[in-house]
Write a protein of this length. Structure first.
Length: 212
């Protein structure tokens, strides 16, 4: 099972949702976007303080299962949705509508990728918008397939420094390089093979696949 989560970020940052299969979860105003797109909302999470009364009535009518919370809470609506999704042990989690708009929400959403449970369970999770796909990978060896939609690939140290980074099948290969936390060495690389290999011995890398 794959779980897709749509938040209420700016619509011009959201790609075509019909390209993705799996169960759909709405977060706050993201529920309305799914309804308008004709996508069945399996579950919805939020305080819904950003929707009008008639919109909330529509949500209650259209959504399979609604989880409502007080606006005064310790977790964001997105964190509550991701926490639920992790407990389902899905094959993958995709997050949409989490970029653009407020930077505090964006950085909080990126930090959620660093969930200890996600890292321990090894559940792939990525943030996707019209121009970018963001994910985290831990030390080890990873394969990455070419994607004509997102041709540029950048690697950014996310948690401490990265040791022994080796890139094979890339336009700019590396061999056992040390990447400090401030480095921009690995920005805007590209695959020259159908499949590339990323390996490193220590650290956590943020992988950003993007397009102009």
């Amino acid at each position: 099972m794959e779980i897709n989560i749509l938040a209420g970020g700016p619509l011009n940052h959201i790609p075509s949702l019909h390209e993705y299969s799996g169960e759909w979860i709405g977060v706050d105003r993201g529920v309305l976007t799914l309804i308008k797109e004709g996508i069945f909302v399996d579950k919805a999470f939020g305080d819904f303080d950003s929707v009008k009364r008639e919109e909330l009535a529509l949500i209650k009518k259209q959504v399979g299962e609604l989880h409502t919370f007080s606006p005064e809470k310790d977790e964001t609506d997105m964190e509550l949705a991701i926490t639920w999704a992790i407990k389902q042990s899905p094959e993958k989690i995709r997050i949409f509508g989490a970029t653009g708009g407020r930077l505090d929400h964006f950085f909080a959403n990126v930090q959620l990728l660093f969930s200890p449970v996600l890292l321990h369970e090894g559940i792939p999770i990525e943030i996707i918008d019209c121009q970018n796909m963001i994910s985290l990978i831990q030390a080890g060896t990873h394969k990455i397939e070419a994607n004509n939609k997102y041709t540029y690939i950048s690697f950014i140290p996310f948690h401490g420094e990265v040791e022994g980074l080796t890139l094979v099948g890339f336009k700019y290969p590396l061999n056992e390089r040390h990447i400090p936390i401030h480095s921009t060495l690995c920005i805007s690389n590209e695959l020259i093979s159908d499949i590339g290999t990323i390996s490193f011995s220590k650290g956590i890398l943020m992988v950003i696949r993007s397009r102009d």
